[in-house]
Write a protein that binds this ligand. Structure first.
Ligand SMILES: C[S@@+](CC[C@H](N)C(=O)[O-])C[C@H]1O[C@@H](n2cnc3c(N)ncnc32)[C@H](O)[C@@H]1O
Length: 213
């Protein structure tokens, strides 16, 4: 899954991962993060998720990173906000508005200095969008640039032999391997995906709270 793969998805509007409503799991479990109004939350691989609208309405400051400029332009357009756009690194733009910074580029090119201070991470369809070989690097990079803040993580579990990802199946053992050395990992929810994944493959959506240790 390289940049070209995701660019094509956005160009062809093949964005089945994009929910047409705020993720109910975010609404249900956001309070466990115990964030104060004005806290800054990082949404990696953010697409144009409506969850960002909801977080802003909750008084959060949101910072995201997304490869596709199409996605980010649509995000701001749907928010009804005109961003200020600046080139913040040779391979990174920043779309900026009040309480909202979205970096357009590869998360692996996002530094701690660019990201700035964040109090929490909300990962929905980010870890599971990455193939197994990239996930350890992603988890280490996320910890490195965020300073190991708490995470609300949403994953999918299913029989990977039935369909190819993304989204990829991520097990509890995987999460333990990626994050177990740095976080206490609590499973908050396991819910069957209604209708299954891509043509009905039974799948479970899980919510995890990762608390820094
Ligand atoms: C499965 S989608 C999820 C989007 C969003 N989190 C949501 O819930 O709708 C994954 C997104 O990550 C973006 N992406 C993939 N690899 C990336 C990378 N290395 N850096 C930044 N964004 C990336 C893709 O363009 C895509 O929009």
């Amino acid at each position: 899954m390289d940049a070209q793969f995701w660019d094509m998805k956005w160009q062809k509007n093949q964005i089945g991962f994009h929910l047409s409503a705020v993720n109910p799991l975010l609404v249900k479990y956001f309070p466990v993060l115990e964030l104060k109004e004005g806290a800054r939350i990082f949404v990696p691989l953010c697409g144009k998720t409506l969850d960002i609208h909801w977080l802003l309405q909750r008084g959060m400051k949101v910072v995201g990173v997304e490869l596709s400029q199409i996605a980010v332009e649509q995000l701001f357009s749907e928010l009804g906000i005109t961003p200020q756009i600046s080139q913040v690194a040779s391979n990174m733009l920043c779309f900026k508005a009040e309480n909202l910074n979205i970096f357009v580029g590869d998360i692996f090119a996002l530094s701690r200095a660019l990201l700035g201070c964040v109090q929490a991470i909300y990962d929905r369809a980010a870890l599971v969008a990455l193939p197994p070989a990239m996930r350890i690097t992603y988890a280490e990079h996320l910890i490195d640039i965020s300073g190991k803040v708490e995470q609300l993580l949403v994953t999918l579990g299913y029989d990977q032999s039935c369909i190819a990802g993304p989204p990829f199946s991520v097990t509890q053992q995987d999460i333990q391997r990626y994050y177990g050395a740095d976080y206490a990992i609590m499973c908050l929810d396991n819910t069957s995906v209604a209708g299954g994944l891509k043509g009905g493959v039974p799948a479970t959506e899980s919510v995890w709270l990762l608390k820094p240790e």
